[in-house]
Ligand binder design. Structure first.
Ligand SMILES: [Mg+2]
Length: 348
């Protein structure tokens, strides 16, 4: 399995989990079962006009994270100075804000809408699917509209919604050679919009899991390494507790519906990460694990998205059902973006 394959599989896997979960994002488990049957939702609901399974804000923002990293990498290479967050990802999120609101927080950002050198071959703003509102997170919108860039040192708010963690898988892929840096960069990227420690530390933790999967570890080993790095950061207790609960429940005989409900609903970052990790540990089959990760009372598209990111990075493209790959919205852009992210990584 090539590393490029894993980049693509992690982003496609996330999009697939997102698309499966988006249909039931705001439904309780009993509502899901009464509509789809005792097994819950098990397959895509295809849009009747496009024939595709629609992705939500989780995949939209993940694509803007990846594009921002590519942008930053090229600018840093050219100038010899800069940071991933300040030289590309923050700017990319302002573009995301524009797709959702048709405005920028300040007119001096208008140049961001122009074609940039890193997008000669493909341009993210050309995809109309990214302009459609797919239940975007209020915290992400309001933080970016404030015209201030949140940082760990100067928190933008006290939110630990899962909008920070659900978009950082590309960081783990891109910086897999250095998992400790992946943690920090992913946490900083989440802190742009989410100021509560669990909001950004869960993001750092996910990035390490993804990075270590790329480095050939299995999911349990990757989670252990992520926990070790998480422990070295202040205010990690809540995220650590969620991670440990996920691992312990995955090793137990408890049925998965009960186990997931003990982990929470996933509206907050550490719970979304814990539910996704639990499902990825519990079930090695991609289809079964992703189905498990979206059938619960809570934030199904985010837990599905994170679970798909982990499974893709672990098992690769061959493990992902072909019918899902072929029907997920924006497949071509996702594959292309993952490939360009991989190409930049090669020069790290
Ligand atoms: Mg969503």
């Amino acid at each position: 399995m090539s590393k490029k394959d894993l980049f693509i599989a992690s982003l496609l896997g996330g999009a697939i989990g997102d698309a499966l979960g988006y249909t039931v994002e705001f439904m309780k488990l009993d509502e899901i079962k009464s509509r789809f049957g005792e097994d819950g939702i098990t397959d895509f609901e295809l849009n009747r006009y496009t024939g595709k399974a629609m992705i939500s804000d989780d995949t939209q923002m993940t694509l803007f994270t990846a594009d921002g990293l590519i942008w930053a990498k090229d600018r840093i290479s050219e100038r010899g100075i800069g940071s991933y967050v300040g030289s590309g990802v923050y700017q990319s999120y302002l573009r995301w804000l524009y797709t959702q609101t048709r405005s920028m927080p300040d007119e001096h950002y208008d140049w961001l809408l122009d074609p940039q050198p890193h997008e000669e071959s493909n341009r993210i703003l050309n995809y109309k699917e990214l302009f459609s509102a797919r239940a975007p997170g209020h915290t992400c919108l309001s933080a970016l509209e404030s015209n201030k860039m949140g940082t760990i040192e100067r928190p933008i708010n006290d939110s630990k919604g899962c909008g920070g963690v659900m978009r950082v898988a590309p960081v783990g892929l891109f910086l897999h050679n250095d998992p400790e840096q992946a943690f920090i960069v992913a946490a900083e990227i989440a802190a742009i919009t989410h100021g509560h420690p669990s909001g950004y530390l869960a993001a750092g933790t996910l990035a390490v899991i993804i990075a270590e999967l790329l480095n050939g570890k299995n999911i349990a080993e990757s989670a252990e390494r992520a926990i070790a790095i998480l422990r070295s950061h202040p205010q990690h207790e809540e995220t650590l507790k969620a991670m440990e609960a996920a691992i312990e429940l995955a090793e137990s005989e408890l049925n998965h519906e009960e186990a997931i409900s003990r982990l929470g609903e996933g509206w907050v970052a550490e719970e979304a990460l814990a539910i996704a990790l639990y499902c990825a540990l519990k079930e090695t089959d991609f289809r079964k694990a992703v189905i498990m990760s979206v059938n619960h009372d809570g934030d199904s598209d985010s837990t599905g998205s994170i679970c798909g990111n982990i499974l893709g990075a672990c098992h690769g493209l061959n493990a992902i059902p072909e019918d899902w790959v072929n029907h997920v919205e924006l497949k071509e852009l996702i594959v292309d973006t993952a490939g360009r992210l991989y190409d930049r990584n090669e020069t790290v």
